[in-house]
Write a protein that binds this ligand. Structure first.
Ligand code: SF4
Length: 286
């Protein structure tokens, strides 16, 4: 039976601020899962901490809301133990590119088959508007009242450098486009990053819907663009006069799971453990 958004509704309603870009991302995720005809029990959503990280509460799949910056290790564990699950991580720019960046870069080079969505609003929303790693130089906030001194990090360039095999950027205000990106990322066999521009209507008065409407354009509109060309992708990653969205780079490489000898053709969830006695192991902790 054809799936719809409603198949992924939860009984709880989101408490994001009215107009928050997270609503657009939530709709895009649900629509992508429905279009891919996935069942709620086929998907595990994992998150860290932040406004974005409440997502597992409001999309009806398996869900795990973890610690600040720590979504990637449990998500990796879920995927490695049960490779049949579609694993989607939801994180913010503070969560994923700040405290959690160490986990992120190593997972990119491992090429574990997961989709990592960063809701990039260039501000810490949940803690009331501080500067994050993607805030622009000069950005004024409670943590940088005279303007941010550091240059912002470039997540697309970082992902390309770390060997991510699917690197994309979406915009929460263009739900059909973002839906398609999520579908492609989930179908991709390997690690997928979708850095997603997400307006924070409460704290970021610079990177607004109006700003993005004026500044984003779609990579696929350029017929000469070749998403298998790493150098071309890197050049686009550094474009600042306008902001490209779409798939910057996609290449097929063996996943971590495919190369790990202990996982060859076997899912840990399928192993017969009825004859395994863990009493001795547990005694160590008593
Ligand atoms: Fe959204 Fe910003 Fe409100 Fe958080 S603080 S819910 S990111 S608008």
């Amino acid at each position: 039976m054809t799936k719809t958004l409603k198949d992924f509704d939860t009984v709880c309603k989101p408490d994001w601020c009215p107009g928050c870009g997270n609503f657009g991302i939530q709709i895009a995720i649900k629509q992508a899962l429905a279009n891919l005809n996935l069942e709620p029990h086929d998907v595990a959503m994992v998150s860290g901490i932040g406004c974005s990280s409440k997502m597992p509460h409001w999309v009806d799949t398996y869900g795990l809301h973890t610690l600040h910056g720590r979504a990637v290790p449990p998500a990796s564990g879920i995927k490695l133990v049960n490779p049949r699950l579609t694993v989607i991580i939801n994180s913010g720019d503070g969560d994923g590119y700040g405290i959690g960046v160490g986990h992120l870069v190593h997972t990119m080079r491992r090429n574990i088959d997961m989709t990592y969505m960063v809701h990039n609003n260039m501000v810490y929303g949940l803690t009331k508007g501080q500067t994050t790693p993607t805030s622009a130089k000069g950005y004024k906030s409670p943590s940088t009242p005279f303007g941010a001194i550091e240059e912002p990090m470039n997540p697309i360039a970082l992902a390309l450098t770390m060997g991510a095999t699917f690197v994309a950027r979406g915009y929460a205000g263009d739900v059909p486009h973002l839906t398609k990106l999520i579908e492609e990322a989930v179908k991709h066999k390997g690690f997928s990053l979708i850095d997603t521009f997400q307006p924070c209507v409460t704290f970021n008065k610079i990177n607004t819907y109006a700003f993005f409407v004026q500044n984003v354009y779609k990579l696929e509109a350029d017929s000469a663009y070749d998403k298998s060309n790493w150098n071309m992708a890197m050049e686009k990653a550094h474009q600042t006069d306008k902001l490209p969205i779409g798939i910057f780079y996609q290449v097929q490489k063996p996943t971590y799971e495919e190369q790990e000898p202990g996982m060859a053709n076997v899912s840990a969830t399928k192993l017969d453990i009825s004859n395994i006695d863990i009493t001795k192991a547990m005694e160590r902790y008593m």
